[in-house]
Design a protein. Structure first.
Length: 314
């Protein structure tokens, strides 16, 4: 099975340097033209440059996913420039925050607004374009393991990612008559593999450098406080030893957007080495005892990656 997105046009929101950039690169490496959106124009342009140096076609369409006029404007730029729109990946979100005892109203509202309106506005207007032009497209929302199970310290993130999951199922029902598919993908703490991001932050991710308070901020210091999570040494809780990288995510999302997935809608896909599947009492084997997954099939042929590796679309 040779996946090809040739002739398709994609939009990725929140195309920052980690997951968004990885998905955008994957869609381009599988043949799509990719419009990279981010509220930060420099982040959108960086994603474009990464795609172009890997031989793909891309353009930057910066804009605020919560502003309907801006959403309509950048969608119009995409369709006016490339003549169609087949794929939308709703990745824009605000990570982090605090727990329910400490989160501010301002941050909670902002985080929920970005996720809610980002998914709603881009799905609504892209789907209207697809339906009007007879395009049986694919829309993918990026969820999180925090949307399926509880994690201390990120109440706003947990709230809006849980909302994303049912938004996908409801939108899939609305758009099924038009042949437009809506699915979600759930990442779990991927290890960065963007050369620029690695140069900036160093190799490894949260599995290598776990944060005491998780992805959220610290709580208060009142005398009545109790710890919400274990902060001491802990074993990796991933059965296969790794949750993968944005490249692993990109391979899956590209397949989800391909014609091979023509009847898949209202579903969630997980690439996390078994992290979400395990029982709460299951403690995986020590890393030294794990065989690990197959070697990664790289998508970024620049930087430190092996240029002689066989790549998708070659």
């Amino acid at each position: 099975m040779e996946i090809s997105l040739a002739g398709k046009v994609a939009l990725v929101t929140g195309a920052g340097p980690n997951i968004g950039s990885g998905i955008a690169l994957a869609l381009a490496r599988y043949g799509a033209k990719v419009a990279c959106n981010d509220i930060d124009p420099q982040a959108a342009q960086a994603a474009v440059k990464r795609i172009e140096r890997n031989g793909g076609t891309a353009m930057a369409v910066p804009g605020d996913v919560t502003d309907e006029e801006q959403v309509l404007a950048y969608l119009r730029t995409v369709t006016d420039t490339w003549g169609r729109l087949d794929i939308v990946v709703n990745n824009a979100a605000i990570l982090g925050g605090r727990g329910v005892l400490d989160e501010s109203t301002e941050f909670f509202e902002k985080a929920v607004r970005v996720a809610a309106l980002g998914n709603f506005l881009n799905t609504k207007h892209a789907a209207r374009y697809m339906a009007a032009h007879g395009i049986k497209g694919s829309i993918v929302a990026i969820s999180s393991s925090n949307g399926w199970s509880g994690s201390a310290g990120v109440i706003a993130y947990a709230f809006h990612k849980g909302g994303v999951n049912n938004f996908v199922r409801a939108a899939a029902m609305d758009l099924a008559p038009y042949g437009i598919r809506v699915n979600s993908f759930t990442p779990t703490a991927p290890t960065p593999d963007n050369p620029e991001l690695i140069a900036q932050r160093g190799p490894g991710g949260v599995l290598d450098r776990p944060r005491a308070a998780g992805i959220g901020g610290e709580g208060g210091d009142e005398p009545w406080r109790r710890p919400a999570r274990w902060t001491g040494p802990r074993p990796p809780m991933v059965p296969m030893g790794t949750t993968g990288t944005p490249t692993d995510i990109g391979h899956c999302v590209a397949w989800m957007c391909s014609d091979y997935a023509r009847l898949i809608t209202g579903c969630d896909f997980v690439v996390d080495g078994g992290a979400r599947a395990k029982n709460f009492a299951y403690v995986p084997a020590a890393p030294a005892d794990l065989a690990g997954p197959l070697p990664l099939i790289p998508l970024d042929v620049t930087g430190e990656l092996d240029r002689d590796t066989v790549h998708p679309g070659d």
